[in-house]
Every structure is written in C-alpha cells, then in structure tokens.
Design a protein around this ligand. Structure first.
Ligand SMILES: [Zn+2]
Ligand SMILES: [Zn+2]
Length: 105
C-alpha cells in the first residue's frame, strides 16, 4: 500500500467533504469540486480543463444579488470568514468586500 503524499489538513478535510453539488457557472455542465491547486486548496469545475472556472473559497450555492447597473450581479457567493460575511466571488463586485460596504452605508 502506497503512502499518500501529505496534504495540508484544510485541503484533506475539504476533499473529504467532496463535491459541493453546485453547477459550474461557466460551462453549466461541470460541478464545483474541491481540488488541490499549485498554491493549495481550490474549488474548481469538474470539467477543467477545458473549462477554466475556479475559485479559492468554497461557494455557498447562493448567487450574489448585489445590483450592478440595475441588474443583480448573479455571480456565485462564497463562504466568508470570521470577520467577513459571505461574499461575491467576483473581485470587481462591490459585494466582494461586504465588510467595507456595510461601513459606508
Ligand atoms: Zn465548468
Ligand atoms: Zn457580486
């Protein structure tokens, strides 16, 4: 029996949780699964490649409803941290930094 390469604890735990059950927002056919990237844990499309979708935080399955130019953003929300609530995965969306938004309202 071959010994598995040591995975970082966080990475192994996430992989044990398995697929997120969330459809890929790009190809619509793949599913977002935890995978090990060059810099650690990633959540990527199960059809990658050729699909290029990935994000570095577990998605919540909800979509961002922050209004942008009058239409809801619609990008995937990702799990927040202790200090930051769940937020939009799109770095260009104001809801990517909800903790900053809250302060300016
Ligand atoms: Zn995909
Ligand atoms: Zn957004």
């Amino acid at each position: 029996m071959k010994a598995k390469k040591n995975l970082p604890e966080e990475c192994r735990a996430a992989m044990e949780r398995g697929s997120t059950g969330i459809d890929c927002p790009i190809c619509g056919e793949g599913e977002i699964i935890p995978t090990r990237g060059r810099y650690g844990l990633l959540y990527a499309c199960s059809r990658r490649p050729p699909c290029t979708f990935w994000m570095n935080t577990r998605p919540t399955g909800n979509l961002c409803d922050y209004p942008r130019d009058g239409v809801p953003c619609g990008k995937l929300m990702m799990e927040g941290t202790k200090s930051i609530p769940d937020r939009c995965c799109d770095k260009s969306c104001p809801n990517h930094n909800p903790h900053k938004l809250a302060r300016t309202v």
